[in-house]
Design a protein around this ligand. Structure first.
Ligand code: AMP
Ligand code: GLY
Length: 795
C-alpha cells in the first residue's frame, strides 16, 4: 500500500466538490482538507474536512503554508486559476510539499491571453488569426481595416467575462472602449487580443500532465450561455456532457498531434513546463479542423463534475495527482470507463448571471438514482441548513451506457433538488442530438462535383448520430455486415428471456413528408410503429434496423431520415445497429422514398403480455394520449385534402400556433416505451393495445379474450380538434372515423381495478397522463369486442 496521503484542496466550487468526492474514494487517502470548501464538500465522507477560514487568496498564503506543515499535508491541489496565477504553487514547494498545479510562470498561459496567442504562433499551434494591442489607437485602426467578424479579449483574467463578440464595427469600437478605456475588467484590459470569430462546435479537452507524459480525459462540451438553444448571456457554464460524439477518434488524434503534444512540449521547451491540468478550449470548424480558443491551467467547471465520474474504479486519482507533481505520470495508470457517457446539468439561482438571491434553503431528496451524483457549488450553511450562496448553486451528474440515458438521468437528479428560484437549462447535450441533421459538408462535396461514393458519404454523415444510440449490449457502429447484441450485458438472464420481433412501415404519411420537404421526423414514426408493437407484448426494445429505398439517393434527405430514426431509437432506448439504403431508379420516382423497419426486443417469460387468462369483467381501461394522427389514416387525410380547398401548406384552421396542415399531420407518432417499462416490470398490467390502423374499436379487442368486451366512453377525454376537423371536413361517418384514427388515445392499458392508482402514478412520474376511459364487461355471442359510447355529435 502506498503511503497514506493528507491532501489540501483549494477552492469552493462544484469542480472542487467533484475533485474531493473522487479523491475520497482513493484507498491511499487519509484526510482531505478543503479551503474554504462549500456546503457539499464536507458531507460526502468523514475523510473530508472544510477549512472555512482559509482561501486561495494571497493574503492567506502564509497561513496556508503553516496549515499544510502543521497538518502533515503531502499533496496540494489548487482548484481555481487565480491562486495559480498568483503563485500559490511555490508557497508549498518551498517547504517540500508537492503541488498538482503549474508554477506562476506556466499559469501565464491562462493569465495572459496575449501571451498564449504568441505561444501558439511560435509553436505553430492552430488558432484564430489575431493581433495583440496595448494601444487603443492602434487597436482602433486595426478594427477599421479588417473585414471579418472578430472577438475582443481582455488580456488578463476577468472571471470568464472578458470576451466580447461584437456583431458590427460600431459594437466592436464600443467594446474596445469598455475594455481598454473604461477598464470594465480592470487591469485585465491593459492589453487586448483582437481575433477572428470562429464558427463551429466547442470542445473542452482536459489533459492531465506532468510536463512530459499526458492523458486526455473524455472530450466534453460545455454550455456557456444561460438560455436554451445557446441564447442569452455568457455564464461560467450551465452543463456539460462527455464524451462528445463529435470528438471522433480521428478528430481526437488530430487534436493530440496538432495541439496537445505541441503545447506540452512547447511549454517545456520555453522553460515553463506544465504540471496539473491543461484545459484546452477548442473550436471544431464545420470542416472538422480544430483550433485553440484558449488555454486554462486547471480543471473546468462543470466539465470536472462530468468527466471524473467516468474514471474507472481502479484509477487512484490521488496517486495520479501525486505522480504528476513528482514528474512521474508514466508510473501510474489512468483509465476511463469505455462505453459510458456522462451529463451534468447546473442549477443556478434565478437571475444569474446578473443579480440573484442568496440564503435560500436547498433540499436534496434522497436516495438519488444509481449512478447519479449531486455536486455543490455556490452553497453554504446557515443554522444547520444548506443554503444558496452563489450563482451556480449545485449540479446533477449522471453516467449511463448511452448519452440519451445519461441526459435523462441527470434531469431526474435535477428533480431531486429544490430551492426557491431554481433555474436550469432544459437542453443540455442538444448539439449531440442535432449533429447528423447538419449535412452541409456532404452537400458541398456533391455540389462541387467532386466524385464521391454517395453511399459511403451517407454512412460518414450519419455515423456519429447513429453511434449516439449505443446502449448496454450494442455499440451501434454501423458499416459492418450486421448488428450484434449481448443480452447479458443488457441485464437479461438468458435462461428465461424470449426475443420478440416486429416489422412495420410508415405508409402514405411519407408522401406528405415528401410534399412538405420535412424528412427528419418520419424516422421517428418508423421506430414508433415498431417499438410500440413490442411494448404491447411486454418487451423492452433493444435493437432496430431500417430500410430506406428511393428512386435517386439525395444524401441530405437520407441523412435527415436516418437522423429521425436515431432520434426515435434514443427515445425508445434501443440501439440502431444497422440498415440498408437502396437506390432503385425506375422503381420509385425521383424524390419518392419508402421505408420499413424491424425492431427486436426481449421479455422475461413471466412478463409476457397480454395476460388474457387473468382478464375479467371490471378490469379498467386506461387511455394514454396520442400526439395527433400518428401513422394511420393517411389515405383518408390525403383524400380529404385532395377534394377540399386546402393545401398542406395552408394554415391549419385548428392550430393555435398557426402551423400548416402539413406540419400538423406530420407530428411524429408517440413512442410509448419508457412510460410503461416500470408498470410492466412491476407486473401491474394485464395488457396493452397500440391504437393503429383500425382505431380503438379494432385494436383494443386484439388484447382481449373473446368473452370480454371493452366499453369505452368518449366523454372521458377531450378529442383533439384535428380529428374533429377532418371528420367534419370529410363528412366522415362516425363508425368510419373510429376505425381510421386514434381519436386522441394512442395506447390503452388493461389494468386490475386495485392497480389503477399505482399505474396512474407510474405514468405521472414518467411525465405522462393516463385517463380512465372505460372498463371490461361480458361479451355475448355476436357482440363487438369494443364499443365506444358518446361519439354522436362529436362534429
Ligand atoms: P475564452 O474564455 O477565450 O474561451 O472565450 C469564452 C467563450 O467565447 C468561448 O468559450 C467561446 O464560446 C467564445 N469565443 C472565444 N474566442 C472565440 C473565437 N475566436 N471565435 C468564436 N467564439 C469564441
Ligand atoms: N467551463 C469552462 C471553464 O471552466 O472555464
Amino acid at each position: 500500500m502506498s503511503k497514506q496521503l493528507n491532501i489540501l484542496v483549494i477552492g469552493n466550487g462544484g469542480r472542487e466538490h467533484a475533485i474531493v468526492w473522487r479523491l475520497a474514494q482513493s484507498a491511499s487517502v487519509n484526510k482531505i482538507y478543503v479551503a474554504p470548501g462549500n456546503g457539499g464538500t464536507a458531507t460526502d465522507s468523514d475523510k473530508i474536512v472544510n477549512v472555512p477560514h482559509l482561501s486561495g487568496s494571497p493574503k492567506d498564503f502564509e497561513a496556508l503554508q503553516k496549515f499544510a506543515v502543521d497538518n502533515n499535508i503531502n499533496l496540494v491541489v489548487p482548484g481555481p486559476e487565480q491562486p495559480l496565477v498568483d503563485g500559490i504553487t511555490t508557497v508549498f514547494t518551498k517547504v517540500g510539499i508537492p503541488v498538482f498545479g503549474p508554477s506562476a510562470a506556466a499559469a501565464v498561459m491562462e493569465g495572459s491571453k496575449a501571451h498564449s496567442k504568441i505561444f501558439m504562433d511560435k509553436h505553430n499551434i492552430p488558432t484564430a488569426r489575431f493581433q495583440n494591442f496595448k494601444s487603443v489607437e492602434e487597436a482602433k485602426k486595426h478594427i477599421e481595416t479588417i473585414d471579418y467578424k472578430i472577438v475582443l479579449k481582455a488580456d488578463g483574467i476577468a472571471a470568464g467575462k472578458g470576451v466580447l463578440i461584437p456583431e458590427t464595427k460600431e459594437e466592436a469600437l464600443k467594446g474596445l472602449n469598455e475594455i481598454m478605456v473604461d477598464k470594465n475588467f480592470g487591469a485585465a484590459g491593459d492589453e487586448i487580443v483582437i481575433e477572428e470569430f470562429l464558427e463551429g462546435d466547442e470542445l473542452s479537452i482536459l489533459t492531465i500532465t506532468d510536463g512530459y507524459t499526458f492523458f486526455n480525459l473524455p472530450a466534453a462540451q460545455d454550455h456557456k450561455r444561460i438560455g436554451d438553444g445557446d441564447k442569452g448571456l455568457n455564464t461560467g457554464g450551465m452543463g456539460a456532457y462527455a464524451p462528445a460524439p463529435i470528438a471522433t477518434p480521428a478528430i481526437l488524434k488530430k487534436i493530440d498531434e496538432l495541439i496537445i503534444k505541441p503545447t506540452i512540449d512547447g511549454m517545456r521547451q520555453d522553460g515553463t513546463p506544465m504540471n496539473g491540468v491543461l484545459f484546452t478550449g477548442i473550436m471544431l470548424s464545420p470542416s472538422k479542423e480544430p483550433k485553440v480558443l484558449e488555454y486554462n491551467v486547471r480543471f473546468g467547471d462543470p466539465e470536472t463534475q462530468t468527466v471524473l465520474p467516468l474514471l474507472t474504479e481502479d484509477t487512484d486519482l490521488a496517486q495520479v495527482f501525486l505522480a504528476c507533481a513528482e514528474h512521474r505520470l508514466d508510473s501510474v495508470t489512468i483509465k476511463t470507463k469505455p462505453d459510458m457517457f456522462s451529463t451534468t446539468v447546473v442549477m443556478a439561482a434565478g437571475g444569474y448571471p446578473e443579480s440573484y438571491k442568496k440564503g435560500d434553503e436547498i433540499t436534496v431528496k434522497s436516495p438519488l438514482p444509481a449512478n447519479t451524483y449531486v455536486f455543490h457549488a455556490g452553497t453554504g450553511e446557515k443554522d444547520g441548513k444548506v443554503v444558496t450562496a452563489g450563482g451556480r448553486v449545485i449540479a446533477s451528474t449522471a453516467i449511463a451506457p448511452t448519452l440519451r440515458e445519461s441526459v435523462d438521468r441527470a434531469y431526474v437528479g435535477v428533480d431531486h433538488v429544490s430551492f426557491t428560484g431554481k433555474y436550469n437549462r432544459k437542453d443540455i447535450a442538444h448539439r449531440a442530438f442535432r449533429d447528423a441533421a447538419s449535412t452541409s459538408q456532404g452537400i458541398t462535396y456533391a455540389d462541387a462535383g467532386v466524385s464521391v461514393d454517395n453511399g459511403n458519404l451517407l454512412v460518414e454523415q450519419i455515423k456519429a448520430k447513429v453511434k449516439s444510440t449505443a446502449r448496454a449490449g450494442a455499440d451501434s457502429d454501423i458499416g459492418g455486415f450486421g448488428g450484434l447484441f449481448d443480452l447479458k450485458k443488457a441485464g437479461y438472464n438468458t435462461d428465461d428471456t424470449l426475443l420478440v420481433a416486429a416489422t412495420d412501415g410508415v405508409g402514405t404519411k411519407l408522401r406528405i413528408a415528401q410534399i412538405m420537404n420535412i424528412h427528419d421526423t418520419v424516422g421517428i414514426d418508423l421506430v414508433a410503429m415498431n417499438v410500440n408493437d413490442l411494448v404491447v407484448q411486454g418487451a423492452e426494445p433493444l435493437i432496430f434496423l431500417d430500410y430506406f429505398a428511393t428512386g435517386k439517393l439525395d444524401i441530405e434527405v437520407a441523412a435527415k431520415f436516418v437522423s429521425g430514426v436515431a432520434d426515435g431509437c434514443i427515445q425508445a432506448g434501443c440501439a440502431l445497429v444497422g440498415g440498408e439504403t437502396s437506390e432503385m431508379p425506375g422503381m420509385y420516382d425521383e424524390g419518392h422514398y419508402d421505408t420499413n423497419g424491424t425492431a427486436v426486443g426481449a421479455v422475461t417469460k413471466s412478463k409476457i403480455l397480454p395476460k388474457i387468462e387473468n382478464m375479467k369483467t371490471g378490469n379498467v381501461l386506461i387511455g394514454v394520449t396520442s400526439d395527433g394522427i400518428h401513422s394511420n389514416g393517411f389515405s383518408l387525410v390525403r383524400r380529404i385534402i385532395e377534394v377540399s380547398d386546402y393545401e398542406y401548406t395552408s394554415v391549419a384552421p385548428w392550430s393555435k400556433e398557426g402551423k400548416t396542415i402539413g406540419e400538423e399531420v406530420l407530428v411524429p407518432t408517440k413512442i410509448y416505451v419508457k412510460q410503461f417499462l416500470k408498470s410492466i416490470n412491476e407486473g401491474l398490467l394485464l395488457g396493452l393495445a397500440h391504437i393503429t390502423g383500425g382505431g380503438l374499436v379494432e385494436n383494443v379487442p386484439r388484447a382481449l379474450p373473446k368473452n370480454l368486451q371493452a366499453k369505452i366512453d368518449m366523454n372521458t377525454w377531450e378529442v383533439p380538434e384535428i380529428f374533429k376537423w377532418f371528420g367534419k371536413q370529410g363528412k366522415v361517418p362516425y363508425n368510419d372515423i373510429l376505425k381510421t384514427f386514434n381519436m386522441g388515445i394512442g395506447m390503452v392499458l388493461i389494468v386490475e381495478e386495485d392497480n389503477v392508482d399505482k399505474v396512474l402514478s407510474n405514468l405521472k412520474a414518467s411525465g405522462e397522463t393516463g385517463i380512465v376511459i372505460g372498463s371490461l364487461v361480458d361479451r355475448k355471442e355476436g357482440e363487438e369486442g369494443c364499443v365506444v359510447d358518446n361519439v354522436e355529435g362529436l362534429y
